[in-house]
Design a protein around this ligand. Structure first.
Ligand code: ADP
Length: 475
């Protein structure tokens, strides 16, 4: 069995494998198995970017990390990565802030990663690179003569050509993606958008593959730059059974009991997100205000807990989002609170997994209303955490990748505050029978598309790619 080399921008400290808020961190905690090498940024900045990785062993995993120079980190992460590429991939063209020197820094850091990683590689290693910050990595590795099988998984959405083209140099990035043997996406829709971009932006002919059930393709193969690329659909998931067990146990924990006691018999609605403009938090708070306005019977009967973990705090758009939320939450609370009831409880810090699981289980409604989201694991965690005998109801944005196979949720347009308020009303009023039926279907789906299955599907595809993946080899 070939060794697996996982590459992600951020590698946690070994032993201190506490999940950070963020889907990628949570998925990788499950994906990186004993015997693997995990390469990426140490999380530390130094005066200059390191040229060689520092190695540490823990639990059978080798952690190989490099420190980044402060300027490199700013150009790569705060600059191009999250100030230009992220808003484009999340359909927020107005927030794209493109600076050529930041793009150069983004590519330079990918080059530095490749140089530090290449000496650690063995000929048969399968290399699996994660997410938008590392798109050029395979191209940089190839330039150093690495001909291992290299796969890439994009955790964000993928966009249609008209959106992609708004980002300067995006065509170049699309070309860089073609240095991978396998490129994975969360949904069929993203794969179809990728296919359109390859066809229209790179002018590459991509044959149609007829899928047996008449649905959109699940695999797309084409040749570009002397290489064969296979693009696939492989949705990320969670270890649903393990999460259910954690939630069951967490019900008795002091934190969950304190929360339950504080509700004083009222229903709990919960939202859990990184503080990111893609998560639609202002719209969600507004929708809650609308619920109390249009359905006054819910006043004093429900409390909404929003847990928002700060994210990318050195970027201006994230700072203004935080200020906007402080104001909006204060506004709704000022308007509807009573002396002994606050409609919105708002925490800007991460919670531990166990506490989170217990809180989900206590909630009658899970509110997951991103304006765009690659997948959204919170939706899956909420379902896994419920008590099947008295489950809560999931409200889910149609613009989350998760909506593709979670039709049992109340699917909403997050931009429509009235529609979201009506879904909240429907969820709070839903009879037990319907709650159970919806939960049963959703739970079965969440148990099918697990984190393990996600890894197995991707690695099986990568493994079946011939080495030296140039044209002429069978696909
Ligand atoms: P994203 O990757 O964009 O952050 P996901 O919903 O896919 O979105 O993943 C978020 C992950 O981070 C989930 O596993 C969730 O439990 C965790 N998370 C998000 N916010 C918090 C928080 N405030 N405290 C603890 N964990 C959080």
């Amino acid at each position: 069995m070939a060794r697996l080399v996982v590459v992600s921008n951020r590698v946690p400290q070994p032993r201190q494998r506490l999940p950070q808020a963020g889907g990628l961190a949570v998925v990788l905690a499950d994906a990186v198995k004993s015997g693997s090498l995990w390469f990426g940024w140490s999380g530390k900045c130094a005066p200059a970017t390191a040229t060689a990785a520092t190695l540490q062993e823990a639990g059978g995993v080798t952690y190989a990390t490099i420190d980044l120079g402060e300027t490199d980190h700013r150009l790569f992460y705060t600059g191009f990565g999250n100030g230009a590429l992220w808003p484009m991939l999340l359909f927020r063209l107005g927030l794209i802030n493109f600076r050529p020197e930041e793009y150069a820094g983004y590519r330079a850091v990918n080059r530095a990663y490749a140089r530090a990683l290449a000496p650690l590689l063995q000929p048969d290693d399968l290399i699996w690179v994660h997410d938008y910050l590392l798109i050029p990595l395979a191209e940089e590795l190839r330039a150093l003569g690495v001909d291992n099988r290299i796969g890439f998984f994009l955790h964000t959405p993928f966009v249609p050509p008209a959106i992609l083209s708004a980002l300067p140099r995006a065509a170049e990035l699309l070309g860089s993606l073609c240095a991978y043997d396998v490129v994975g996406f969360q949904t069929r829709g993203y794969l179809a958008a990728f296919k359109d971009c390859v066809t229209q932006v790179l002018n590459v002919e991509v044959p149609n593959i007829q899928s047996p059930n008449g649905q959109a393709d699940e695999t797309v193969c084409f040749s570009h730059g002397g290489r064969r690329v296979r693009a696939i659909v492989d949705p990320v998931g969670i270890d649903a059974d393990a999460f259910s067990r954690v939630a069951q146990r967490a019900v008795g924990s002091p934190e969950t009991r304190r929360l339950a006691a504080s509700l004083d018999g009222r229903a709990l609605a919960i939202g859990v997100d990184r503080l990111d403009y893609a998560k639609g938090l202002p719209n969600r708070v507004e929708a809650f205000g609308r619920l109390f306005e249009q359905h006054p019977e819910h006043r004093r009967q429900v409390s909404f807990l929003q847990v928002a973990a700060p994210s990318r705090e050195d970027i201006g758009d994230y700072q203004s989002l935080r200020r906007q939320l402080d104001r909006l939450v204060g506004d709704v609370n000022g308007r509807y609170s009573d002396a002994d009831w606050t409609p919105l409880r708002y925490m800007t810090r991460p919670l531990g997994r166990r506490t989170l699981a217990g809180f989900y289980r206590l909630a009658r409604v899970g509110v997951v209303t991103p304006l765009r989201d690659g997948m959204n694991l919170v939706a899956k965690e909420f379902i896994a955490a419920q008590d099947p005998l008295d489950p809560g109801v999931l409200i889910l944005s149609r613009f989350a990748g998760a909506a593709d196979d979670m039709a049992g949720a109340l699917i909403v347009n997050p931009f429509d505050a009235d529609e979201v308020a009506e879904a909240m009303h429907a969820a709070l009023s839903m009879r037990e029978e319907e709650r159970k039926a919806r939960h049963e279907a959703l739970h079965a789906q969440v148990r099918r598309t697990t984190a393990n299955r996600f890894c197995e599907v991707f690695l099986a595809q990568l493994q079946r790619t011939p080495r030296h993946g140039g044209i002429g080899h069978p696909a």
